[in-house]
Design a protein around this ligand. Sequence first.
Ligand code: KG4
Ligand code: ZN
Length: 339
Amino acid sequence: MLFLGIESSCDETAASVVEYSDGVFNIKSNIIASQIKFHERYGGVVPEIASRMHIEAITGVVSQAMEEAQAEFRDLTALTVTYAPGLIGALLVGVNYAKSLAYALDKPLIPVHHIEGHISALYLENPDLKPPFVCLVASGGHSTIVHVKDYLDFETIASTRDDAAGEAFDKIARVIGLGYPGGPKIQKYAEEGNEDAVDFPIVKMKDGFDFSFSGVKTAVINYLHNAEQKGEEINKHDIAASFQRAVCTALSERLVVCAKEVGATSIGLAGGVAANDKLREMINIKSQEMGLKFYYPSKILCTDNAAMIAARGAHIFDYSDDKNFGCKLDLNALSTKDF
Ligand code: KG4
Ligand code: ZN
């Protein structure tokens, strides 16, 4: 079976052709047109610019994905598209493009939830991974721990009460003058810093496993203001390393605690923040200590891409009893959608 994935929920216009056979994936193409350089100067994603850039890019990106895969539209089993959550104007570009194409080709269109897509990135490179497992999805918009009970059965165990982990990385990078996107820049700066320089606290909820990252953000900002008032020099490398340690400790600890809670033997890490080497290293150590099998995608599949959307669509198609999807002309984009 051959699936075309389309993703446009934030600042990447992406299309990918993925082959799916006997439960195993083969990525035939994975095209990502990043808009980062257009948003960088504003310190974050400007929704209106994102929508316009998606409109300009989408036709070329889909054509390139089909060409690289040496695939013909008639060979596709189905089209898949991210419909939620994300920037509404950005999502609408992908959704409307996918609907038009599905209608013209008379092919099924499978709507994909972006977070389910991030989790599916894990299946692309790990044919041995099968549910149940517990997965941390940490991105610019989400910090969620999900119990993947089966291919179509998910339960949220924990989520953030305020900022997402990636959002915290982006905000702190801005505060210390590193620019957007913050995650990779903080990681680079942290390499030359002392992670024990400042003990930034991470709030632990008294009830449940939820995250909160607004406290650590405020702690960093207060630390910088105090240093400024006292005329003290700050070492940005130390701040980046200490902040990164605090966030990665909270994420990794909570993930293994949740895995223990539900009796999982495998854990996964997905979403843009999964590209962080410190986080991977911390989870790796903890999973070895606890005898858990740890899965994470290669970096290109952590941040937004369409191969993960195609993979999710393939599983929905494969495991749904009713395969009569149709070309979904009534599909709408949603900016928020509970997971
Ligand atoms: O999944 P993603 O591409 O988009 C959303 O669905 O939000 O995630 C983007 C987020 C950004 O906040 C970015 O700063 C963060 O992932 N990120 C990282 C790293 N690479 C990307 N955070 C920490 N370390 C990284 N290496
Ligand atoms: Zn994402």
